[in-house]
Design a protein. Structure first.
Length: 142
């Protein structure tokens, strides 16, 4: 006698992939939760980097440009119990730099409305932070 077991298979894709594509398409860069630039998003959090133009330098008769670190302006938590972020109900946006609040509000409206989730916005610092590099962690222990 053969028994048949009906199984239910569900597929859930993290919205961070689509959000990362949107951010990249409008000129932002993506980061991890520490502000370090990444190429692929995590499933629960996305850092938001705003690129800056290089600084033009002139020394004697030489001219050049010096790359600036991007500004780390926000962290969007989609899934984090400690922050009360739930993927399908409530996201938390941590903002670095009071002046970045208006543009990030517009940005998260665009990202959250199709998914019908609430977004809590929290100001983490008055000024934006700078993008971090892996070498920063190494020099912190010296």
């Amino acid at each position: 006698m053969e028994q048949r077991l009906d199984t239910l298979i569900e597929y859930h894709e993290s919205p961070t992939y689509e959000i990362a594509d949107t951010l990249l398409s409008i000129g932002y860069q993506i980061a991890n939760c520490c502000g370090m630039k990444i190429s692929k998003p995590a499933h629960d959090v996305l850092g938001i980097l705003e690129p800056r133009s290089p600084i033009k330098k002139k020394y004697l008769c030489f001219r050049g440009e010096e790359k600036q670190r991007a500004l780390y302006i926000g962290t969007l938590w989609l899934d984090n119990n400690a922050r009360e972020a739930k993927p399908d109900r409530n996201w938390v946006l941590e903002v670095y730099g009071r002046d970045n609040i208006p543009k990030l509000i517009q940005l998260v409206k665009k990202l959250s409305e199709p998914r019908k989730v609430n977004v809590q916005i929290r100001l983490e610092s008055e000024e934006p932070e700078e993008e971090s590099y892996a070498s920063d962690a190494a020099t912190a222990f010296i």
